[in-house]
Design a protein around this ligand. Structure first.
Ligand code: GLA
Length: 388
């Protein structure tokens, strides 16, 4: 949908719900990470692109001190609460994300707000639908109330909403991608100091496409597994005497971990993923900067998957099947994206092979008695923006 069409339909939905036009409409995208998984909370590098799919927030000021939240995707789950009464976990569910943003900015929202959200970022697919939601609302509140917050501060507001209000353990990858990405580029971000570079990524010009396969699997233990991995990384860093695993550049320097206790060998593998993944991000960025044939990054993406599967142990069998099927059908590289334990796969494929790779993956799913996955090609799209 065009930005203008999305603005109109979101404003119309707002008008039907609230009986008036919104003061504005904002949008924020989901993301797919090209490479750099589970590096963000270790102070490492990431390289996401924004999806064309967005969450839209239509917002209007109120004068009764209430926050009224409604979502087209969650009919019957509206929330209404005094801004002054917001507290972490209340409201919960989908409404916790926008409420968390308003909570973080509560001192600036005395009169209250009406917020309607609508969107098309696949949820539960590892494509950051949560960040799209919190970032769309953060940008809306900032603009509408004229708050003095730069892009980094907005990223932080959205992250705090998720970490502190919703109690979702995320790093800073998803919110950074949603706010900072630009069309036609991948965002090369150093999560330790926030420095960044927009790396041109015109795959179509090279006859290539980024194919996303939403496998439709999400696992109940995904959040617990994510927390466990974070803790293991912290323990590995402590055992090595560094603040963040980012500080280790040579995988050989990780060897002492093997003898560092009962699960030293596990910590070694976890840390090895992080250290080698940082190196893979740098390798991909170098290749893209040098304008080499982007097909060269394919094997690096696949190596990232192998590392997530074997060293970090956050993949699941259906994701591995999907990666293998894409590679067997001619993808130059393929890997799981996001936190893991289900979600989506991204594959680098020749434009004229998109249909055959999609068919091969779909057939493999049918063979495994799995519902057909949802697939789409990603054009690196714009970050969060005002639509109307
Ligand atoms: C989730 C988190 C991110 C990041 C990825 C893994 O998407 O929200 O912060 O840690 O997993 O790269």
């Amino acid at each position: 949908m065009s930005d203008a069409g999305a603005a109109r339909s979101t404003a119309d939905a707002f008008a039907r719900r609230f009986g008036r036009q919104p003061d504005g409409v904002w949008a924020a995208p989901g993301r797919v990470n090209v490479i750099g998984e589970h590096t963000d909370y270790n102070g490492g590098f990431v390289l996401p692109v924004a999806l064309p799919h967005t969450t839209r927030a239509a917002v209007a000021r109120r004068d009764d001190g209430l926050l009224v939240l409604t979502s087209v995707q969650h009919p019957g789950q509206d929330a209404e609460v005094a801004v002054a009464d917001l507290e972490p976990g209340r409201p919960g569910g989908w409404a916790g994300y926008p409420a968390g943003v308003v909570h973080a900015l509560a001192g600036s929202v005395p009169g209250g707000l009406s917020i309607l959200v609508d969107g098309d970022v696949p949820s539960g697919a590892g494509l950051s639908s949560s960040a799209a939601l919190s970032c769309s609302v953060a940008l809306a509140v900032r603009d509408l109330l004229g708050l003095d917050l730069d892009a980094d501060a907005l990223v932080d507001v959205a992250r705090r909403a998720e970490n502190d209000f919703v109690d979702a353990p995320t790093g800073i990858l998803d919110q950074s991608a949603s706010i900072l990405c630009t069309a036609g580029h991948a965002l090369f971000l150093d999560t330790r100091d926030g420095t960044r570079e927009q790396v041109p990524l015109d795959l179509a010009a090279a006859g290539l496409a980024l194919l996303v396969v939403d496998t439709g699997t999400t696992h109940d233990h995904a959040e617990g597994g994510y927390r466990d991995r974070r803790r293991e990384c912290e323990r590995a860093a402590a055992a090595l005497g560094v603040d963040l695993l980012r500080e280790v550049e040579d995988p050989a320097a990780l060897e002492p971990l093997a003898g560092s206790g009962d699960d030293g060998e596990v910590l070694l593998r976890r840390a090895r993923h992080v250290v080698t993944e940082d190196a893979r991000v740098l390798e991909v960025v170098t290749a893209l900067r040098e304008d080499a044939d982007p097909r060269a990054i394919g094997p690096v993406l696949t190596a990232g998957h192998v590392s997530l599967r074997d060293d970090f142990e956050v993949s699941v069998p259906l994701i591995d099947v999907c990666v293998d099927a894409a590679l067997a059908a001619g993808a130059h590289g393929a890997r799981m994206v996001g936190g893991g334990f289900g979600g989506s796969v991204v594959a680098l494929v020749d434009t004229d092979a998109v249909d055959s790779v999609t068919a091969a993956v779909t057939e493999r799913f049918a063979h495994a008695s799995q519902p057909a996955p949802r697939t789409f090609v990603v054009v690196p799209s714009a970050g969060a923006r005002r639509l109307a």
